[in-house]
Structures are given as C-alpha cells and as structure tokens.
Design a protein around this ligand. Sequence first.
Ligand code: GLU
Length: 480
Amino acid sequence: MKTRFAPSPTGYIHIGNVRSAIYPYLLAKQQDGEFVLRIEDTDQSRYVEGATELIEDTLRWLGLDWDEGPIVGGPNGPYFQTERRAIYQEWAKKLLDIGRAYYDNTPSEKIQTYRDECTRNKTPFLYRNFRPESASNAPIANAPIRFKADPKPRSWHDEVMGDLSAGPETQDDIILIKADGLPTYNFAHIIDDYLMGITHVIRGVEYLPSIPNYLALYEAIDLPVPKMALLPHILAPTGNKKLGKRDGAKSVTEYRADGILPEAMLNYLANLGWNDGTEQEIYTKVELIKKFSLDKVQKSGARYDETKLLWLNGQWIRRIADEEGVDALYARTQGFWPDNAAPFDDDYKKRVLSIIYDRLKSLSDLKTMTNYFFADPEIDLEMITGNKFLKKFSEEELSTLLQQTVQKVKDVEWNEDSLQLALNELLAETTKKPAELFSVIRLALSYAPFSPALHLTMDVLGRDTTLARLQETVSALENN
Ligand code: GLU
C-alpha cells in the first residue's frame, strides 16, 4: 500500500483538499504502507510563493507526516514536478516513438474557431476531430505534444464510486507536454504515480470526467492501472452546490488561527463523508487509522457543517484537559489569551483555564470569555437591572444583596470549598433563588454573559479583587 497527496502550490488550502490527504494517509498507515507528498507545481500561472511551506506546515500540524517527499526526501525523488521535466520528456518520447503522440503547433486562435464551430453545431468539442492531417512525431520547436487518443468504451472500478463506465466521446487528444516544456497534470501524475510505486490514487470527484483519458494513457504506455478512488464533493451548508470560499469555508490556516485543534480538524474532516457504521463521533488518529475504509466513504456529497466542527473542537478541548491535564491544554493556548492577560504568570492563566475550559468551543473563545480575570470589567448596571432574574428587584435590594455577600465572604478561608459553603449559607439567609442571588454576584464580578461557577470564579479572582468589585457595584447602584 502506497498512497500520495499531490497538491498544487496555489496558496489556499481548502478543507476539501485536506481530505484528499487524510484518507490516503490513513490507508497507508493502516496497512503499514507509505504515504508520499508530491508537489504538483507545473502550472506556473497558478504558482504562489510560500504555498509549498504552507502545505507542509498544514500536514505536520494535522499529524499527517509523509514518508517520502519534500524535506524528508526518498528514493523516488525529486518530489517537485518542475524538477522532473526530463522524466516526462522521456516518457512523452516513448509515446511519440510508437506513434501515440504528436507535436502540434495549431495556433490557439484556430483551436478557438473549432470550438466555436462545435458550439454552433451543438456538438461536443473534441480536438481529435480536428487533428491536423500532418500530425506526426516530427519535432516542432515550442509546440505542445498531444496524445493520439484511441477512443473506445471504457469501464473500471472505483473504490468509492463502484463500477463505472464511459463512452468514446470522453476521450480526446489531450496535451501531454505544454509549449513551455512542462507536462500537464493529466500526463505527469500518471508517470509519477507509476515511478513512485503508488498503489491507490485517491482524489476529488472533479477528476471523474478525465479518468477515461487516463485509462487510455495507461493502456498506450502499457502501465498498470493503480486502484482509484474518487472522493465526493464537500457541499455548502445549504443548497446543492460545492463548498466554496463564499459559503464561509475557511482555509485550514484560518481555522488553526481561530483556535481549532488539529485533533478536531482531523476528526471532523475524516468524518465528512465517512463513518464506520457506528454512532461514534470522536475519533483519535489511531482509531481513524484502525477503522478507516474506502468502501464506507459515501458516494454523494458530504455537507459541510461548521457548528459540528466547533462542537467536536469543544469535545477535544475537554478531552485533552481531562486526559492529558490542564497543563497539556494550556501549552496549546499560546496566542489565544486576551491582550490584558500578558502581565499574568502561567500559573494564574492555568487556573483560569482549569475553570473555563469546559465551556470553550475554540481556543479563541479565551479572548472573549476571560477578560474579567485580567482586568476589572467596566460597570454596566443595565446588565444587572435588565437581567431576566433580577428585573423584579429594586436597585436598593440588589445593593443590599451584594453588601450581604461582602459581609458573608470577607472573612472566610479563601478556597473553593469554603466559598461554596458560604454562598449556600447566604442563599438560605437571603431566601433568594440561586438564579437570583448568584446572577447579581456573578455580574458584579464579571459583567460578562457567562462565567464559571461562582465559588470557582471567586477563588481564582482572589479575596481582594472579589470584595473590591462587589463594593464598586454597590457604590454604582447607590449613586445611580
Ligand atoms: N495537483 C492536483 C490538485 O491539486 C492533484 C490531484 C490528484 O490528487 O491527483 O488538484
């Protein structure tokens, strides 16, 4: 088993592309095989500086280490197609020599007139119908080399889509080597997959219309056809179209910057269009490697659902904290804290994390959910007086409740248990409902829509800060 991920360095790593890396990786690892990374950079017009590094970085981040490819090298390199020109020339020559390819210098304007003619006659455009009489293997400088198609009915098995077939109209004189001397994807990947010993070619279903041409090429060059698998499209959250940037699909880099954990991203993408037939939703990489199979990849498009991704991410955040410890989760949070957390030491931030992590959906929630642990919140009495549990109280009553709180906790031993006890006693003494008493205290301490359990929040804030904030709100209520 040898699989590959063969991205083109065009800059943006769409999440659909990443799935074309995940499945081959899982399969290779499952069978103790190898996973190759090959950079398909022959389309110079789409080349983006730095895109290869972005691809490498993304794969590493997701834990999809490649056994052969850039950086790590390997016996079948180079792994950049632009460094393999001579190889493709040589294989094109084989086709030229057996009369299955020709140099073609038909100007593009002329090709356009053929197309227009077909459009007028409402017939599909096939270049082979316009193949020049003179088509031959005689070299023409700076002219593309085209395949001489042998159109016929073709049928094949796809590991995901099942048995497929196509008629002769799907095969054409495709370009093998472009005028710039570089190969087309159509030609280069066939040679590379063969030379690199790839056994399973897994790619997006957008390649379906081209497969009959590939089969014709394998036949003409006399190469074994690898097993092939086409992955269904990822669909936009609504409607029936492919997921695009406009549907809010971010690149993997953006998700990473937004605080999505690689475990969650891997889990989510692997399950986008694949499940092992059980209800399981959380998969570690090891479990995915064990359970993945191409025959359980669904044939129809998989709907992209960011809510599900965020839910999974929340699950993973908890899992890491619960299983590996808060320190392990904390190590992942660098860069996700609000700016005002900078002067605080690791221990304090860890304590904040330990009481808030079970509410995080992404690490970037730390930025919006933890501010009041690092700076006094701005007093906003309307948050208190407009609160659904507190509306019925006068400002005086609210102020009294906070003063009673100050009296109750000011001398207790400052730890979770004593604070919990004190708050419960206060509840009994004031005869208020928990939602009422605790809401006013919680708001006075945080002025945030959410905060962790009160005794935990107070414990982390410390006695001085807690008392000072309660007093501040008491004064504000009284001066209102
Ligand atoms: N370079 C192609 C792409 O990025 C790869 C397709 C394939 O996996 O063969 O779409």
